[in-house]
Write a protein that binds this ligand. Structure first.
Ligand code: SAH
Length: 552
């Protein structure tokens, strides 16, 4: 479900960009603001923009000098196996250069684009250049058992050795490899546990389904069963069970063996070679298929719901775990302001709603997960702080049976107060209280009580939901109340749109706080008696609360 971003720095490449767009799915043309008109979207900082797309896992097609791409991405380059494809294309569309992501499809994309644009693919990876595949990077439904030999085998083939294919695999069959009946090198495709060929490679097709029938089946029982039939563990395509079967057990086995789980009631569409029913140690069926199946068409998944925190705004303040989840989800559910902060992805549904209907939204998300979808409920900041995680768990609490089979996770994010604090120093360096001023779900008397208690014990106070367009009263009441317990000189930070383009921070004091400046996109950090404002390096003011408490 990866997107493709076509990036343009000037008008010249626009026609090439449009030709690429008409030949590929899920593309967005990004143009540099002020330089390109007619792009789908614009950006201002080239390097930053390229890095953030790269980190989101978006395929990059830069219509620009390869050097610009290389220099821009250099600080972000990390894991060779996880990076998205990055291609440079000349503005006339005559040259297509895959720069990065050889193992994730850059060369294949370059070959495809070159044939559509009638361009020259400038491919330097030998395997991809000569044979239209890379032996070390099989498609995801095959596993190479002896990876360490792939480079040597590729170079032997480049040096003139022939190849014989032992087994069936369209990926290899459709390549330009030099096949011969008694070739020097053997490429074996087999579901069995065996040694790789002496001179060659062994690929396991993921074409075995393991059907679980007993409630107390353990992953070790599956391994024993595979052993009995001589099947290799990587040949497992999925663990399956039927809708009314031992779903939790199957789920635990699938998790432990790191394979997908599918709920399957109907086998008629599967091309089964053999089905072996074992009685011991547990009732298990091993189903060998003719070829690795497309699991999207094998029953349905159990469904997954993750409540994720996207941080206050900036993609840089988003955890890799959350980014990955957002990339993989089929459906995003959340308040539309937050959903709009996330890049659109091809094939991903976005259910944006008003921020008032939280419980309804939580139920809807749970129902979608129970139908087998992978759903992400999106919260700003951290999902557990005045946000959707509680709403979803509240729904689960009210109806524990209805959603019992789904996989459920809460993935943390950076909360607005952490982002705000980091912008100005360390105001939360000592004990602090976090209070929401919204009285939608609690009486204002309780808010007052908590404010007073926090003030009385001289805690720093982080204030969330201080006011909205219509709800103005509480912030004034808060100011008046706190002034009873705290000095009018107490330092107050107003932090608005933290991590977003309109980010703004301002220091004031509790006495001088002008509550008209505060809206629902603002949070406050109200200091303790020890909180100080100092002049930091280069004269930058820093707000901090010392770690040790000297009450004098
Ligand atoms: N889960 C969020 C809080 C949601 S409550 C978190 O952990 O940050 C909504 C309130 O959070 C807003 O009214 C505002 O007070 C604060 N807030 C959220 N994002 C903010 C941001 N980027 N800048 C300033 N305040 C923010």
């Amino acid at each position: 479900m990866t997107n493709i971003a076509i990036i343009l720095l000037n008008e010249k490449g626009l026609e090439t960009a449009k030709r690429i767009q008409s030949n590929l799915d899920a593309t967005t043309i990004w143009g540099l603001e002020g330089r390109v008109t007619g792009a789908d979207k614009t950006f201002t900082q080239t390097g930053e923009h390229l890095r953030s797309l790269y980190e989101e896992g978006v395929t990059l097609v830069g219509i620009m000098a390869s050097g610009i791409l290389i220099r821009s991405l250099a600080p972000a380059l990390n894991n060779k196996r996880e990076e998205p494809p990055v291609l440079a294309i000349s503005d006339d569309g005559a040259l297509v250069v895959p720069l990065l992501g050889g193992l994730t499809g850059a060369n294949e994309l370059a070959l495809k684009l070159a044939s559509k644009l009638e361009a020259i693919p400038v491919i330097t990876a030998s395997g991809a250049r000569h044979y239209a595949l890379q032996l070390e990077a099989p498609p995801s439904n095959y596993v190479l058992a002896n990876k360490q030999d792939a480079k040597r085998v590729t170079s032997d083939i480049l040096n003139g050795q022939d190849v014989q294919l032992d087994g069936h695999c369209p990926w290899l069959e459709d390549s330009h490899l030099p096949f011969k009946n008694d070739g020097d090198i053997t490429l074996r495709v087999s579901v069995f546990q065996e040694d790789p060929p002496e001179n060659g490679l062994l690929y396991h097709p993921k074409s075995v389904l393991v059907e679980i029938e007993d409630h107390d089946t353990k992953p070790s029982d599956i391994k024993t069963a595979l052993c009995e039939l001589g099947l290799a563990l990587p040949s497992i395509s999925a663990i399956i069970t039927n809708e009314g079967g031992p779903v939790q057990t199957a789920k635990a086995c699938a998790k432990e063996l790191q394979v997908p789980l599918r709920l399957v009631d109907n086998y008629t569409d599967l091309q089964i070679i053999r089905r072996v029913k074992l009685q011991t140690p547990k009732k298990l069926s091993l189903i060998e298929l003719k070829a690795p199946p497309n699991l999207d068409y094998v029953g349905r998944s159990v469904g997954k719901l993750s409540v994720v925190g996207i941080g206050p705004g900036s993609a840089q303040w988003r955890t890799p775990q959350v980014r990955q989840e957002l990339e993989q989800a089929e459906i995003l559910v959340g308040y539309e302001t937050y959903i709009n902060m996330l890049p659109k992805r091809f094939g991903q549904q976005r259910l944006a709603s008003d921020n008032r209907v939280e419980l309804e939204r939580a139920r809807e998300a749970l129902d979608l997960a129970a139908k087998g979808h992978h759903v992400c409920v999106v919260s700003s900041g951290d999902p557990g702080i005045f946000a959707m995680a509680s709403a979803v768990i509240e729904a689960l609490d009210k109806n524990p049976v209805r959603w019992q089979h789904i996989e459920f996770n809460v993935l943390p994010g950076l909360s607005a107060m952490q982002g705000a604090a980091s912008l100005v120093g360390a105001p939360l360096g000592h004990d602090f209280a976090v209070i929401s001023l919204s009285d939608i779900r609690k009486p204002f008397e309780l808010i007052e009580k908590r404010l007073l208690a926090a003030a009385h014990s001289d805690m720093v106070i982080a204030i969330y939901n201080p006011a909205s367009k219509t709800r103005r009263e509480q912030i004034n009441q808060m100011q008046a109340l706190l002034l009873k317990e705290k000095s009018a000189q107490t330092i107050v930070l107003l932090a608005k749109d933290v991590g977003r383009p309109d980010e703004h921070t301002k220091f004031t004091t509790l006495g001088e706080l002008n509550t008209d400046e505060i809206d629902m996109r603002t949070m406050l950090i109200i200091g303790s008696s020890k909180t100080r404002l100092i002049k930091g390096p280069n004269g930058k003011p820093l707000m901090y609360t010392p770690r040790s408490y000297d009450p004098t």
